[in-house]
Design a protein around this ligand. Structure first.
Ligand SMILES: Cc1ncc(COP(=O)(O)O)c(C=O)c1O
Length: 420
């Protein structure tokens, strides 16, 4: 009998897996590759971090902290929890998400570690290697990171800055092909700060319905909309399109580190029976959110005072208006007024800044000369824009805008009689 072939290697060879090698976060790779040396004479102002806790200017209610402390003290939640989450907590999310037009129950909810895990499960349950998903451009980079690490391709559809970043429906429609497994919609949007109207959401649903495409709806900024705008969940508007909505406590409750997210399933015509089962199976790979925060959810969702949300929103909206007013007066910059979420996108008339190549170069030089760091929108597949966060302390808004103005004045090409 032939001896079994043995693995005999003379040298060590321990490669990383294909998945690890294909995992790529555009924000990290662009930002890590930038030369970020601030001007030593000016204190750094970071307008780049989408974490509302970094400046300690937006505290959460003490009662909310007490809920979690009490769960620890009770010693009831030190054990494993069901992979999809405690039933009572899922029921709490179901009630929180229900509207007049749609009622959810615990069976429609899966708890996850932040919205990122919710997105990961949704992409994984709907798409196979070699298929594609459609994502917005500009759009949050995690969609691409999660999909491509699994060999799922990403195709882009465009958002239109001149129409407050609405979806270009033609571009969406033309991106759909026979390998498209799902479309991701993000409303309100990071990085755009846009909020879609009811009619616009109905147009998106109509497109998905005609092509029989399920939607993954990233609603992590749900309800975070400025005055004059109204938030609608896609699930509350659909009549036939199956929807997996992803949200969590991260943004509205200002606790990104608590890693509490969820998926809510809308499936009016029972076309996602297998997907529901698939989601449950996927949660069995890893347990998601910590038991303590899960157990706190019913109280957090039902008892957080409305005034907390109104105060936070008022603060962010005031900043948005101030930023918009001050930046609109800076030569060479084109801010697009946000309607919600925590961000504003600003276009750069790059041809008016001789010696500055693109948005990465612009934001690098802005750090070097003025110690203000904004995220180049190349991170969101949208060159020659940059994104700022709106959650910073008010006094920093004015200083940051003064510095941006000085920077642009120093670099802007002024035209006199057609000559520079
Ligand atoms: C649009 C969008 N989706 C998802 C996430 C991820 O949220 P989480 O921190 O809950 O995973 C973020 C975080 O910034 C986001 O902006």
């Amino acid at each position: 009998m032939e001896p079994k072939a043995k693995r005999m290697r003379k040298e060590w060879h321990v490669p990383a897996s294909e998945m690890a090698r294909n995992t790529f976060n555009p924000i990290r790779s662009i930002v890590d590759g930038m030369k970020l040396t601030p001007n030593p004479e000016k204190q750094m102002i970071a307008l780049s971090i989408g974490d509302p806790t970094v400046f300690h200017n937006l505290p959460i209610p003490e009662d909310l902290e007490d809920v979690v402390i009490q769960k620890i003290k009770s010693r009831k939640f030190n054990g494993y929890n069901p992979s999809i989450g405690y039933e009572e907590s899922r029921q709490a999310v179901a009630e929180y998400t229900s509207t007049e037009t749609i009622k959810y129950t615990a069976k429609d909810v899966i708890l996850t570690s932040g919205c990122s895990m919710a997105l990961d499960l949704c992409i994984s349950v709907l798409a196979n290697r070699g298929q594609n998903i459609l994502v917005p451009r500009p759009g949050f980079s995690i969609y691409k990171t999660l999909a491509e690490s699994q060999g799922i391709h990403v195709k882009y559809y465009d958002l239109m800055p001149e129409r407050s970043w609405q979806v270009d429906i033609e571009s969406l429609e033309s991106a759909i092909d026979s390998n498209t497994a799902a479309v991701i919609i993000n409303n309100p949007s990071n990085p755009c700060g846009s909020v879609f109207s009811r009619d616009h959401l109905l147009d998106i649903l109509d497109t998905a319905s005609r092509h029989k495409l399920p939607i993954i709806s990233d609603e992590i900024y749900e309800h975070f909309v400025f005055s004059g705008n109204k938030y609608y969940s896609l699930g509350s508007l659909t009549t036939d399109v199956p929807i997996l909505s992803c949200s969590g406590l991260t943004k509205r409750f200002l606790v990104p580190g608590w890693r509490m997210g969820w998926i809510v399933i809308t499936d009016k015509n029972d076309v996602m029976t297998e997907v529901r089962k698939g989601l449950v199976s996927l949660t069995q790979r890893l347990l998601g959110p910590t038991s303590l925060v899960q157990a706190s959810l019913p109280e957090i969702l039902a008892e957080t005072p409305q005034s907390f949300f109104t105060d936070t929103l008022g603060y962010v909206e005031d900043n948005a208006n101030l930023f918009y007013k001050l930046i609109s007066a800076i030569p060479g910059l084109r801010p697009v007024k946000p309607q919600g979420a925590m961000y504003m996108m600003i276009g750069i008339d790059i041809e008016k800044f001789p010696g500055i190549k693109d948005d990465v170069d612009f934001t690098e030089k802005l750090v070097k000369e003025q110690s203000v760091f904004c995220l180049p929108a190349k991170c969101f597949q949208y060159p020659n824009y940059f994104r700022i966060v709106l959650t910073i302390p008010k006094d920093k808004v004015v200083v940051a805008c003064d510095r941006m103005r000085d920077f642009c004045n120093d670099h802007y090409m002024t035209m006199v009689n057609g000559h520079t």
